[in-house]
Structure formats: structure tokens, C-alpha cells
Design a protein around this ligand. Structure first.
Ligand code: ZN
Length: 91
């Protein structure tokens, strides 16, 4: 049996990361006992994946339109607009 070390998405530690039930979508969630935050490694929606916000902003800076960005990244144009409107916020 192979043991897979899960790295915390918030503090990058592998110590004290335990399973923490499942999301309503059935995806395994984890709890970090170091920083007391929970996270998951897989996502149902492409817009929730790590780095999606940066890709949206990068595409906008390179001249891609809202619908263009949505089509390429597989997310809704409404979600693209929402990310761009909130892009000044530190994410
Ligand atoms: Zn942590």
C-alpha cells in the first residue's frame, strides 16, 4: 500500500493533515491540525482550481475577451467578470 503525503494548501506542511469528511460533491476534504484550516485537492468547477484567478487576469491583460477567457478555461463568462471585478482584492 502506498502512502500519499497530503500537503496543506494553506501552510505547506505535511504533518497533522487528516481526512475531514467529504464535500457534498463527494470530494475528500482534509483538515490541517497545524493551521486548523480545511481544504480539498480536487475541484468540481474549473474556476475553483488553484491558479484559475491568475490565469483569468493574465488572459485579460493579454487582450482576451470575457467570453474568450471563459471558453478557453472552461468557466462561465459571468464568473470571469466576477474575478475581474474583484481582481484588486488580494487572493
Ligand atoms: Zn495548514
Amino acid at each position: 500500500m502506498a502512502i500519499i503525503k497530503v500537503v496543506c494548501a494553506h501552510c505547506d506542511t505535511t504533518d497533522g493533515v487528516v481526512k475531514n469528511g467529504k464535500a457534498p460533491s463527494g470530494i475528500q476534504r482534509y483538515l490541517c491540525r497545524n493551521c486548523r484550516q480545511s481544504f480539498q485537492l480536487e475541484f468540481v468547477y474549473n474556476a475553483n482550481k488553484p491558479g484559475a484567478h491568475e490565469r483569468i487576469v493574465d488572459m485579460a491583460m493579454n487582450g482576451s475577451g470575457v467570453r474568450d477567457t471563459g471558453r478557453v478555461l472552461g468557466i462561465s463568462p459571468t464568473t470571469v467578470i466576477s474575478h475581474l471585478k474583484n481582481s484588486s482584492r488580494d487572493r
